[in-house]
Design a protein around this ligand. Sequence first.
Ligand SMILES: NC(=O)c1ccc[n+]([C@@H]2O[C@H](COP(=O)([O-])OP(=O)(O)OC[C@H]3O[C@@H](n4cnc5c(N)ncnc54)[C@H](OP(=O)(O)O)[C@@H]3O)[C@@H](O)[C@H]2O)c1
Length: 180
Amino acid sequence: MQPKISVYIATSLDGFIARSDGGLDWLEHDSGKDDYGFYEFFGSVDTIVMGRGTFDFVVASGQWPYAGKRMIILSSTLTISSVPERLRGEVEILSIEPGLLAEKLAGEGATHVYVDGGITIQRFLRAGLVDELILSRMPVLLGSGIPLFGELDSDIALEHVETRIFDSGLVQSKYRRRDS
Ligand SMILES: NC(=O)c1ccc[n+]([C@@H]2O[C@H](COP(=O)([O-])OP(=O)(O)OC[C@H]3O[C@@H](n4cnc5c(N)ncnc54)[C@H](OP(=O)(O)O)[C@@H]3O)[C@@H](O)[C@H]2O)c1
């Protein structure tokens, strides 16, 4: 059976996931008590697929909040020897198209996949593979940065599931693919 493929991501109101230099300060200043449903979502996934750009950022942070999940890093440049030793047993590095990866994960029993990283999410969207999109919009305009969305070969029709408004001003909307 095909695993469910989800995106859970925060953007500025104008649709950026990070500043052009990767900065997330605009996101981190909102370190309130609410986890915005992240831990419930995270608990439901068994596999994380992350782009190398996001992995670089996580490595630089010195933290590893992904223990216990299968973690696949997508990269055509990274090798396991360039991964910090403490993380070598935690990650698999693959260079593979989204469709083939989805097939591979289905064959290996994955049930719920969390796809993370700007380019990676765009490629999964373009391949028509994202079943669920949980988008948290922060009340800030950045003007420039790394965009969440990019070009598509055709429209992707989504069904709005719910929108939650938090006291911090964060607005979180959940969508699912219309045909999923
Ligand atoms: N706001 C948020 O919630 C949030 C969440 C996640 C990330 N971010 C931010 O987003 C930024 C990183 O995003 P990004 O645009 O660099 O995208 P990314 O998806 O994290 O990384 C892109 C890289 O992933 C690799 N890749 C993707 N698909 C591949 C495939 N099918 N096969 C082989 N390699 C593949 C390529 O690496 P190679 O060049 O090595 O081939 C590509 O350059 C960071 O600043 C991070 O902090 C923000």
